[in-house]
Structure formats: structure tokens, C-alpha cells
Design a protein around this ligand. Structure first.
Ligand SMILES: [Zn+2]
Length: 105
């Protein structure tokens, strides 16, 4: 799960402030105002789950291209990547699940 800092105007405190933008894959699923702590949750489950399926399905190919493009660096960094990847994906899925709108469907 990737977190990026971004300067945005908060809709709650109406200030321009640093916001933590949380990504699940390529989708923004949560935005946190660091000034007032307001959390904006975005329901990306309908887009995220098919995207996750694609990412898992194309993973062997993507790993192969990492080896092809960076044969030396990938051998040294691969064990860490292989260990952290499932954990990061699980975090993403949990965050997306938490941010789903309830009772609307
Ligand atoms: Zn705010």
C-alpha cells in the first residue's frame, strides 16, 4: 500500500494542508488531512478487485520482466520483495474493504 503526501485544500477545515493520500494499487482509497485529521474514504472496491485480479494474473510476467531488465539488482532485492508483497497486498485489500460504503447495495 503506497502513501503519498500531497498539498490539498481540506473540505472539512477549509485549509490548504498536507494530506496523506493512500493508494490501493493505482486507486486512491483514503485521504487524511494532517491539519485536522479528517479522513475521506473512497469506495474503490468495484474497480480495485478486478484490477487486483489482473495484477495477480500478470505477476509472473512482471517478475520475469524485472529479471530481464535488472538481472543483478533483482537477485539481491527479490527475497525482500517476495516477503513484503503479499503483506502489502493484504493491507490494500483490508483498507479497500474497510472503506466500502455499507448499506448502499
Ligand atoms: Zn482538514
Amino acid at each position: 500500500m503506497a502513501v503519498q503526501e500531497s498539498n490539498l485544500r481540506c473540505t472539512v477545515c477549509d485549509r490548504e494542508a498536507e494530506h496523506e493520500v493512500v493508494y490501493a494499487g493505482r486507486f486512491v482509497t483514503q485521504i487524511v488531512c494532517t491539519h485536522c485529521g479528517a479522513v475521506t474514504r473512497l469506495d474503490v472496491s468495484e474497480d480495485y478487485l478486478p484490477d487486483l485480479r489482473d495484477r495477480v494474473a500478470t505477476k509472473p510476467r512482471r517478475l520475469a520482466s524485472v529479471f530481464r531488465d535488472h538481472p543483478l539488482s533483482s537477485t539481491t532485492s527479490l527475497p525482500g520483495r517476495m516477503l513484503s508483497k503479499p503483506l502489502r497486498m493484504a493491507e490494500e485489500v483490508l483498507t479497500v474493504h474497510r472503506n466500502r460504503r455499507r448499506g448502499e447495495r
